[in-house]
Ligand binder design. Structure first.
Ligand code: ACM
Length: 526
């Protein structure tokens, strides 16, 4: 009888403790399942960290150093064990973390999963000053694609800033850094075959066309790719075309598609063989630097600067000869050709959602949905069999303001407060009903026309990045905005320690908006 009562009591307690409200730990993002238990594990200087070898051994060494750096309780001597076990068949990137008073066990079936177990344990240890409540966490991501995009063509931030973002992303279990490296004001990646691209193409930025050249050498790129890989982050390079190609066309006018006034050289020439050869040679160098199975080719907003396509006799003749119908047909021909070119090089093409209309192969391409005002484009992509990454301007563009009083940044019938970011994708996911398997995930994208320095970059990224991380990782049934806001101060403390200037949603006036370098930056619609 006593036994039965005890068992009932234990079951009731276990249920209560597994309710999200009671199990909310200061973890970013919230894990899938948490069961709290009695007691604590104390991180001490005599701690032993061991493993079952291989990658787990390497990670054990890293964790041991990270825990030592916390300078824990001198008298305590617990054990931490890391185990990579493929046969346990835990979900990809998933893990189990078990904390008992004497021992912590981190277990996963994938290297990424074990890495995330380590990040979770570290967050717990840091948030509790080394006195970690006993618990069992079973965790796995909602989405495979948890991305952040940084535009370094408009403004350049450099290697150290990128590494800092990679560190924070890893801690937030974000796994894709989409790097927008080529566009109108600047070309930021060294291409050995075309040295003018950086020698002259990297001169200038959105605010200052004469700013000294700033770009990444191929050695820098290799260093950053390796740094990201150690943190289980894939770097997705973007080489934007046929539009947004101004920096390249300025230096190599033989591949320029013309254009007028401020749009001069905005597109590549869409039908010269020389253009395709130029692009193919650049792809070869990009592919040699980035192990990602994907290459992003842009494909957006071609109509901004393709005026010459309508008047150039060679282009007009090409449209007739190839039966392309019109200039839009030509744009689609260009994208299909690039899709085939990349497929022949063994890469999957990613493009902005305009590529859905080009009739590229869903087996060889992935769509990034960005036009929040064209929801039908998301639906069309899914109905046509494409895999989709969601980064709609509202609420996932980080250059949109996050507070009603802010004056610098973009708006579009509203802005992107942290709450809207957090509530994504629930706000639109009904559109994907029946196609959930095709949604790869989501991404926060930071365009930098109105972001001229690191202070403003941080201000726009944080703390919204923590909300994106949770939207991408945490199961919908475990998301609760009020609980997220309750734990957010812990994340702000971490940002304080890192010296990051962020927007404080709890006392907005304590963190004034950094100055705009230009009156053009002030509230732009669209
Ligand atoms: C975009 O914002 N032009 C993809």
């Amino acid at each position: 009888m006593i036994h039965i009562e005890r068992r009932i009591a234990l079951v009731v307690m276990a249920c209560l403790l597994s309710l999200p409200g009671l199990s909310q730990l200061p973890l970013f993002p919230t894990p899938a399942e948490v069961r709290m238990a009695q007691g604590h594990f104390t991180v001490g200087r005599e701690l032993q960290v061991s493993s079952n070898g291989g990658y787990a051994g390497k990670l054990a060494g890293i964790l041991s150093e990270e825990l030592k750096a916390m300078d824990g309780d001198a008298s305590s001597s617990g054990q931490v064990y890391l185990e990579l076990d493929e046969r346990a068949a835990l979900p990809d990137e998933g893990y189990v973390l078990e904390v008992t008073p004497a021992k912590v066990v981190l277990k996963a079936s994938s290297e990424a999963g074990l890495f995330y177990a380590k990040e979770t344990f570290l967050q717990l240890a840091e948030a509790t000053d080394g006195k970690v409540r006993c618990c069992r966490i079973e965790d796995a991501p909602r989405y495979a694609w948890r991305g952040f995009m940084l535009d370094e063509s408009r403004h350049f931030f450099g290697k150290e800033k990128v590494k800092q973002y990679l560190d924070i992303m890893a801690s937030l279990k974000m796994n894709v850094f989409h790097w927008h490296l080529t566009d109108e004001p600047g070309w930021r990646i060294e291409i050995k075959k075309y040295p003018k691209l950086t020698a002259e193409g990297a001169v200038g930025n959105w605010h200052d066309p004469k700013a000294p050249a700033q770009f990444y050498t191929q050695d820098d790129i290799r260093e950053i790719v390796a740094y990201a890989a150690e943190r289980h982050i894939m770097i997705l390079p973007e080489f934007d075309m046929p539009g947004h190609a101004t920096a390249a066309c300025r230096l190599y006018p033989e591949v320029s598609g013309g254009g007028e006034g401020k749009w001069e050289g905005f597109t590549f020439h869409p039908c010269k063989e020389e253009t395709f050869e130029f692009i193919s040679n650049i792809f070869d160098e990009i592919i040699s630097l980035f192990p990602s199975p994907y290459i992003h080719v842009g494909g957006d907003e071609v109509h901004f600067g393709n005026q010459s396509w309508y008047t150039d006799p060679e282009i007009q003749q090409f449209i007739k000869d190839k039966n392309l119908g019109n200039e839009v047909g030509l744009e689609h021909y260009f994208i299909r050709r690039i899709n085939d070119m990349l497929a022949a090089k063994g890469k999957i093409m990613i493009g902005w959602d305009e590529i859905v209309d080009a009739g590229v192969s869903p087996d060889k391409s992935v769509v990034m949905w960005w036009r929040h005002d064209k929801k039908y484009q998301l639906v069309k992509a899914l109905e046509n069999g494409y895999k989709v990454i969601m980064t709609p301007r509202r609420p996932l563009y980080a250059d949109f303001v996050q507070y009603g009083q802010h004056r610098v940044g973009r708006t579009w019938g509203g802005y992107n407060p942290i709450e809207d970011v957090y509530r994504f994708p629930e706000s639109i996911i009904h559109l994907a009903q029946g196609y959930e398997e095709q949604i790869m995930g989501l991404q926060f994208s930071l365009w930098t026309e109105r972001v001229a320095d690191a202070k403003r970059l941080d201000f726009m990224a944080f703390p919204r990045l923590a909300a994106v991380a949770e939207s991408a990782w945490t199961l919908a049934k475990r998301k609760e905005y009020s609980l997220f806001m309750q734990k957010l101060p812990k994340f702000l403390e971490t940002l304080d320690e890192l010296g990051i200037y962020y927007f404080n949603p709890f006392c907005p006036d304590s963190t004034p908006e950094p100055d705009a370098p230009d009156k053009e930056d002030v509230l732009k619609n669209g």
